[in-house]
Design a protein. Structure first.
Length: 518
């Protein structure tokens, strides 16, 4: 792919207007006579502290060196006329806390690779914002602080975040730029990452020293309550790009936070990157207050009920397929994907023409491969990852299909019993999109009831639902937020209903450093 100037991307157009106001009437004057040296690295996971499973090294996908720039996720880097220098990017997906030893090993390797690239002008960190490591508070803050010690105070560090990331003072003090998704479901992944790299390359090219203003908001909501597809999320996120047009503003982001991480930094927040402290504080204050004022408006986008209630409604429905979200066991949000509550309830209710997608069970999947397609075998399904939280269900199932794989840990099987079709997988994986079923020979619309281990629906599944119901089911990401354990968070809504709040924007310590070196 032919490279292009980094000022040609959509978000960089907005940056040009910022730089013009910052540079004054004389216009933009590049200060770099060479291509900036920018490292790429990061670590990402969405970790529920209510999960008993742990992400160990074998569960973490690690890209090293050129594997990063050759990966489709980072294809956008080739659009720039800058040579990005890859280090290490680790991704554990969503699940339980990351094993401490695994985290320390990954951080040590990342820092070693980063040190080998010195001197550096910038670092782009591909993050999520909801990483929790056993025995360590504020894992992202730890990662950035370690990065800063290696690269020094003059190197610019920019990070991209998920909408459900948590921010802290430690994070803000070590970063220069930050941006987050503006949609949920997340359909702006590429735009988000490019905002982070646009800011970084642009500031380096023109000698701009940005810094962050942050306002924390003591509100925590489930992602399923705060989708940007309905109100109040739609209006709260719809005009963020307009704030970017203010003089001296590089990026304005608003984060829901990650509610299932019981740690002090968990909260909603507004983060503003720029070089105009007064304007940044004004924007952060306005948006934080607006979010706070809307806190009681957030609601689920579909009718909700217990597992049993949603099954009864689906069985009585005259339309189909009725799509039910098993929200508490959603692997896309940190759930285990091995809970058998729904399967037990479906069997008890005598429901038929059911597709249950996303049961993780390595032993059951392996047994299907051993038996082969067409075989009817006794299976124990559920509770393979957390037998304390979920009891296995014993059935006689017919193996309908097996996905051809090169490694047993990638195995997928489709089984049928008692009028219920179940997808089994050897490892945790999301069956949220219609394509996930069609790829293994299943058509969701052929069933009367489709049960997904998800929250809000994937854009390809949403138009098929007739209707959609959300079960407030038990699991590692229980949606009954006011009643989940809350030991380490600061006083927050909805646990404290009568809480009072006044936004107090915090300007990063990097701002003071910028003034000293200006």
């Amino acid at each position: 792919m032919q490279r292009r100037s980094f000022l040609k991307s959509a978000s960089a157009i907005a940056l040009t207007s910022f730089a013009a106001s910052a540079a004054g009437a004389k216009g933009l004057i590049p200060v770099f006579k060479r291509s900036p040296r920018i490292a790429v690295g990061g670590i990402a996971s969405e970790c529920s502290t209510y999960s008993r499973i742990r992400a160990k090294m074998a569960d973490i996908n690690v890209l090293r060196g050129d594997e990063i720039t050759e990966n489709d996720r980072f294809a956008f880097l080739k659009r720039y006329d800058v040579d990005f220098l890859p280090t290490l990017v680790a991704n554990a997906g969503s699940g339980g806390p990351m094993d401490h030893q695994a985290y320390q090993a990954l951080k040590a390797e990342y820092l070693q690779r980063l040190t080998a690239l010195l001197p550096l002008d910038g670092v782009y960190c591909a993050m999520h914002g909801a990483l929790f490591v056993e025995g360590l508070q504020d894992a992202e803050g730890d990662w950035y602080e370690a990065t800063r010690k290696v690269v020094g105070p003059d190197c610019l560090i920019s990070a991209s975040y998920d909408l459900h990331g948590n921010v802290s003072q430690r994070i803000v003090d070590n970063l220069d730029c930050i941006t987050a998704y503006r949609t949920a479901p997340h359909v702006d992944r590429v735009e988000n990452t490019m905002r982070a790299t646009d800011m970084l390359t642009h500031c380096l090219r023109y000698g701009i020293r940005p810094y962050i203003t942050w306002a924390t908001i003591p509100v925590l909501l489930a992602g399923e309550q705060s989708s940007t597809e309905w109100q109040p999320g739609r209006r709260l996120w719809s005009d963020l790009s307009e704030y970017n047009r203010q003089p001296g503003i590089l990026d304005v982001s608003q984060l829901v936070g990650y509610v299932w991480a019981d740690e002090p930094r968990s909260a909603a927040s507004v983060v503003v990157t720029g070089t105009a402290p007064a304007m940044q504080a004004q924007i952060a204050t306005e948006l934080a207050q607006r979010y706070w004022d809307a806190r009681r408006e957030f609601t689920f986008g579909s009718p909700t009920g217990t597992v049993e209630e949603t099954i009864a409604q689906a069985m009585a429905s005259k339309t189909h397929p009725v799509v039910i979200s098993d929200s508490g066991d959603n692997p896309g949000g940190g759930g285990n994907a091995d809970q058998s509550n729904f399967l037990q309830a479906l069997l008890k209710a005598g429901a038929t023409s059911v597709l249950l997608g996303g049961m993780t069970d390595r032993p059951a999947t392996d047994a299907c491969y051993k038996a082969g397609v067409g075989a009817t075998i006794p299976l124990s399904i559920g509770g393979s990852l957390d037998p304390i939280q979920s009891q296995p269900v014993k059935v006689n199932a017919t193996v309908k299909s097996l996905t051809k794989v090169s490694k047993p840990e990638d195995g997928e099987a489709v089984v049928e019993f008692n009028g219920i079709t179940v997808t089994l997988s050897a490892r945790r994986r999301a069956y949220h999109a219609a394509e996930a079923f069609r790829d293994i020979g299943l058509e969701p619309t052929a069933f009367k009831i489709v049960v997904l281990k998800c929250g809000y629906l994937n854009p390809t599944m949403k138009p098929l639902a007739n209707p959609h119901l959300m079960a407030l089911s038990p699991g590692a990401i229980d949606q009954d937020i006011p009643n989940i354990a809350n030991k380490h968070r600061v006083p927050s809504f909805p646990w404290v209903q009568n809480l009072t709040y006044t936004p107090k924007p915090y300007l990063s310590k990097r701002a003071a450093l910028a003034k000293k070196t200006a």
